[in-house]
Design a binder for this molecule. Structure first.
Ligand code: MN
Length: 356
């Protein structure tokens, strides 16, 4: 029995409470998951994020190959640029993208912009990605705190996006996940409204990913919902995840007991068949001609599972030349009798060698 790592996931997006359009796009096409946050206004952002997601889906690898995923993001970038040049959407439209391939416990992430990927493990939430934003640069250089960045006037200015620079590249990350881990992809409509601690609290409270995603979106809306909110949750599940290890050991034990039970039944059935065959054989008899002797055997000719079921009984020297044609013919086949007594009587009836 092969034990596969299972996956449960959800992808949700919400317009929020202020915007009239949802310019975010989400993708859940296991093992590929993504969030894109479109920029450009007047519906152009929606077009950019949609083109990026569709191009990503067409180009992404089906295995956790970070370089191949990065190439798929670059292909998405070229498509957004090309679309704008061809008059689809608007010039200057763009999009973030945070994409993940989740294959069992192997996770790779590609990142452009300020949407994020997080890893929840035990009681901790860790950012996998780094934002490509003005405030993130200021935090990294020590000029701004995380708390200050949340109210900074340029907090939505991003420094890298799909749709402008043909030479743009994605940051890529490889994560060795463990059963019980939870991967979160989200747009800034979530992280702009909720602190990492608040996000962690909701992820821990709700084991069902669909309920957790809904709770995150509801909380972001309650906090203002000033932007579109997108949430993708992928649970890494496996034998050792939260008590599942114990359950699977118990199931293995149960399977073993069941196998032993069936083995015992099979052994009993084999014994019963053997005993029945033995009793049947003991009740039968047959006669064969061995040289000039007619030999009575108790049992049946042949073998059962390699075991002979016949026992030599009496024999009698006979005058084979005196046998009738019918008696001779009978010796060519199996000369079977319902019981030993009949077989003995038959042999005694045969012509014996005349005494000198
Ligand atoms: Mn946004």
């Amino acid at each position: 029995m092969t034990r596969r790592t299972r996956q449960t996931w959800v992808a949700l997006t919400d317009v929020g409470r202020v915007r009239s359009h949802n310019e975010d796009a989400v993708l859940a096409d296991p093992p590929l998951f993504a969030v894109a946050d479109g920029l450009g206004g007047h519906e152009a952002g929606e077009i950019a994020s949609q083109i990026a997601i569709e191009t990503l889906r067409d180009h992404a690898p089906r295995k956790p190959d970070a370089n191949a995923l990065g190439r798929a993001v670059r292909a998405a970038n070229r498509e957004v640029i090309r679309a704008a040049q061809e008059g689809v959407g608007r010039s200057g439209m763009g999009t973030t993208i945070t994409a993940a391939i989740v294959d069992g416990t192997d996770v790779v992430v590609a990142q452009v912009g300020d949407s994020r990927a997080y890893l929840m493990r035990g009681g901790a939430l860790t950012r996998i990605t780094e934002d490509h934003s003005m405030v993130a640069d200021l935090i990294r250089s020590g000029q701004l705190t995380e708390a200050e960045s949340r109210v900074h006037p340029n907090r939505s200015v991003i420094t890298r996006a799909l749709g402008t620079d043909p030479n743009m590249y994605a940051d890529t990350f490889e994560v060795d996940a463990e059963p019980g881990d939870r991967i979160l992809l989200c747009s800034d409509g979530l992280t702009g409204m909720l602190t990492d601690d608040a996000i962690l609290g909701l992820l821990q409270r709700h084991r069902d990913p669909a309920i957790a995603a809904r709770a995150l979106i509801d909380a972001a809306n309650e906090a203002g919902g000033v932007d579109n909110i997108s949430v993708v949750i992928v649970d890494i599940e496996g034998p050792s995840a939260r008590g599942k290890g114990f359950r699977s050991r118990e199931m293995r034990l149960r399977g073993w007991i069941a196998a032993m039970g069936w083995l015992l039944v099979a052994a009993l059935v084999a014994c019963a068949i053997g005993a029945a065959a033995w009793f049947y054989a003991r009740s039968r008899a047959f006669v064969v001609l061995e040289g000039d002797r007619a030999v009575v055997y108790q049992g049946v000719p042949g073998e059962l599972a390699g075991i002979s079921l016949s026992w030599r009984d009496i024999s009698s020297e006979i005058d084979t030349s005196a046998l009738t044609p019918a008696q001779q013919a009978a010796f060519n086949g199996d000369l079977l009798f319902d019981d030993l007594k009949s077989a003995r009587e038959y042999v005694r009836s045969l012509p014996t060698t005349a005494a000198p």
